[in-house]
Write a protein that binds this ligand. Structure first.
Ligand code: ATP
Ligand code: MG
Length: 689
């Protein structure tokens, strides 16, 4: 083993080796994009297991997105053999938090089978609470929601929020924060921010729990450290305590989540909190050609810097960066799609070698149409993902209600799906009954259905229908408890003939069939994720009893950042937002929409946070290994109106000599040129088929 690991280490440069070998204290690797930070993490995991004899079970590696976690898992999987990797945690911060909560449910005062509210559920709850007060609009709800989220990320508890509030709006939000949390607790539910907040509060206040988790996790590695927020930082700090056995890697130039509470100052705080911190800087970039790297460096030099970094590459200069100006957004999408089609053949590349990155998901819509037109297989991360499909939300609501009958949101979503003739009037009365303040009642809708008192409020038929519904769900729950939970769930879907309901509501039979297939995919996924349990940290005592629950929670959690669709490593063009592209790399990258108001985004320009947008552009550019193409449109539809666009200021900040402009001065009639392109493509396509 030893020989193998030293062979692998020999492939790393001396600084990387130093970072891998340093295990006596806290270690920070601070370096620019593509310099091998993530590689240090994966090699170090292997080193800890194979060379230091540490059990993989005691190692936790965390990163930022599900996609990144999956990639890291794969990379580590190639290094560790057989059982060596057993019990290793490679996850997002949120999944780590979820595991801790699951292990400490009782200590935290939750019942087993708690629900995880996704941002939509949380919004629905807030809307209910706010409607009691006054006329409210969607904007207000969003503001309150993000304020509460900010407080949670900054570790401000409901009781403290009022004293942090600086104006009336925030005072209002602070009062709602209390009510919101109280209701979450009553639903036996937590929201995404709680996944970090609750463990931190617990570990701070309960020395026994702290000792338990410090025994479980001996070494932590954190990727994309610049994007951790206050509570995530505290989680690492608490778990590692005086031992300070951790390695974090990051790049302050890639901090792009300030809006979610990320605090790049955490890089500085780390040095203050851990005076023994060893800081290692990496300078060689192994990813990109010289031209791409120079563009990235030049762009980011327009931002102020805490740490000066230099990055060089010995990959040779490579191709110039192309800047393609298009007549309008449709031409832009057309251009990207048709180019990928031709370049795939010219460069004998695979589809997966191409990535198209953009600022906002809406930019993907036209592109999708064009890709479909050319029959180019693609994978869209985020946007209207798997998990935001209606049929999946229905199925998830059933799953959530099955593990937590107290989940009123889930109840309301599916009580009448498929139709059970339970009308809004009935539900309103049921809700009033459940919330009856006068009697001090405060029970879930599901529980209320069981109550005899209902008969005085509702017509017999309505009571019977509600009764049939809860009886049905109770039956499924019982079957789940008794044996094969997944089989019981599949049976439930067939028993209620969800497919027939889909057919009633679909424009065509094939649509309904596809939707039903999605539901089966979800259930298969659930089954798979139950089998995958050993990969997670073994939570305390009651792990094996709630594995369906854990698996369902994990499914909800997949939604977090980039709303990852199914794992899919087949050969497809990747479409993703720049935010979701962090940590990834592709031979050929297209960056779309380099226009003022889009990149940098108008909100950022108005809020004076263009520096963060510049970092975002830096992240996008540094994903490219061999070629980089920047595209923009001269006109774009905004709020239904065709507006003239101004090229992004970031284009002016790139080294002029490395750029190859196309379509800037109208030398050629763009329509004619495009038509010609299409003919050529049609020809190519027929050759391929
Ligand atoms: P980012 O900041 O974008 O997350 P990173 O610093 O994490 O980048 P990696 O993804 O670890 O960089 O590495 C970038 C590329 O360089 C990968 O393809 C990796 O395999 C390769 N690489 C890393 N270290 C070396 C090395 N010492 N020799 C050769 N290739 C390397
Ligand atoms: Mg990385």
């Amino acid at each position: 083993r030893s020989g193998e690991i030293s062979q692998r280490l020999a492939k790393l440069n001396p600084r990387q080796q130093e970072a891998v070998r340093y295990i006596d204290g806290p270690c920070l690797v601070l370096a620019g994009a593509g310099s091998g930070k993530t590689s240090v993490i994966t090699s170090k995991i292997a080193y800890l297991v194979q060379e230091c004899g540490m059990s993989a079970r005691k190692i936790a590696a965390v990163t930022f997105t599900n996609k990144a976690a999956r990639e890291m898992k794969e990379r580590v999987g190639q290094l560790l053999k057989g059982r060596e990797g057993h019990g290793l945690t490679v996850s997002t911060f949120h999944t780590l938090g979820l595991n801790i909560i699951r292990g400490e449910l009782k200590t935290l005062g939750y019942k087993s089978g708690f629900s995880l509210f996704d941002p939509e559920d949380a919004k629905a709850l807030l809307r209910d609470l706010m409607q009691k007060d006054a006329q409210i609009d969607a904007d207000q709800i969003n503001r309150v929601q993000s304020q509460i989220s900010t407080w949670k990320n900054d570790l401000v508890l409901p009781g403290q929020a009022l004293s942090h509030a600086v104006d009336e709006d925030e005072q209002y939000a602070a009062r709602l924060y209390e009510a919101y949390n109280r209701h979450l607790k009553a639903y036996n539910a937590v929201d995404f921010d709680d996944l970090i907040l609750l463990p931190v509060v617990l570990l701070q206040s309960d020395p026994e729990a702290l000792a338990r988790w410090q025994r479980k996790i001996h070494y932590m590695l954190v990727d994309e450290y610049q994007d951790t927020n206050v509570s995530q930082y505290l989680l690492v700090k608490l778990l590692m305590s005086e031992r300070a056995t951790f390695t974090v890697v990051g790049d302050d130039d890639q901090s792009i989540y300030a809006w979610r509470g990320a605090r790049p100052e955490n890089l500085v705080t780390l040095g203050e909190d851990f005076p023994r911190l060893k800081v290692i800087k990496l300078e060689q970039n192994y990813r990109s050609t010289g031209v791409i790297l120079r563009a990235a460096n030049t762009l980011i030099s327009n931002n102020p810097h805490v740490y000066e970094k230099t990055l060089w590459s010995d990959m040779g200069p490579g191709d110039a960066i192309r800047v393609v100006v298009n007549r309008h957004e449709e031409a832009e999408a057309e251009r990207v799609a048709s180019e990928i089609l031709t370049r795939r053949i010219k460069e004998s590349a695979a589809w997966r070698d191409f990535a198209v990155l953009y600022r906002g998901n809406f930019q993907a819509r036209l592109l999708e149409l064009k890709l479909q037109h050319y029959q180019i297989p693609y994978k869209l991360s985020g946007g209207t993902s798997f998990f935001s499909r209606n049929e999946i939300k229905d199925a998830m609501a059933y799953l959530r209600l099955l593990i937590n009958p107290g989940d009123d949101n889930a109840f309301l979503r599916i009580v009448n799906v498929p139709r059970r003739e339970i009308g809004p009037g009935t539900l309103e009365k049921l809700a009033n009954y459940a919330n009856d303040q006068a009697t001090g009642r405060g029970i879930s809708l599901f529980a209320a259905c069981h109550e005899l008192g209902l008969e005085q409020l509702l017509p017999t038929r309505a009571v019977e229908r509600l009764g049939r519904f809860v009886h049905f769900i109770d039956g499924v729950r019982k079957r789940m408890d008794q044996g094969d939970a997944i089989a019981a769930i599949r049976e439930m879907l067939r028993d209620m003939d969800y497919e027939a309901w889909l057919h009633q509501n679909a424009s065509a039979p094939t649509v309904a069939e596809r939707r039903m297939a999605n539901v089966w995919i979800l259930i298969d996924q659930l089954e798979k994720s139950m089998q995958r349990d050993p990969e997670e940290i073994e939570a305390s005592e009651d792990t094996e009893t709630d594995s369906v629950e854990a698996a369902i929670s994990r499914l909800v959690l997949r939604d977090i950042l980039e709303q990852q669709a199914e794992e899919d490593d087949s050969d497809r063009v990747q479409l993703l937002t720049m935010h979701a592209s962090k940590g990834l790399e592709f031979p050929h990258v297209y960056l779309m929409g380099l226009e003022e108001d889009l990149l940098p985004h108008r909100n950022a320009i108005e809020a004076g946070t263009v520096e963060e947008e510049r970092r975002l552009a830096y992240v996008g550019i540094t994903r490219a290994r061999r070629t980089l193409t920047l595209t923009l449109a001269r006109q774009r539809k905004t709020y239904g109106e065709l507006m003239d666009c101004t090229p992004s200021r970031f284009l002016d900040e790139l080294p002029e000599d490395d750029l190859e402009w196309e379509g800037r001065a109208d030398k050629e009639n763009p329509e004619k040129k495009q038509a010609r392109g299409q003919v050529a493509i049609a020809g190519l396509r027929s050759l391929l088929d």
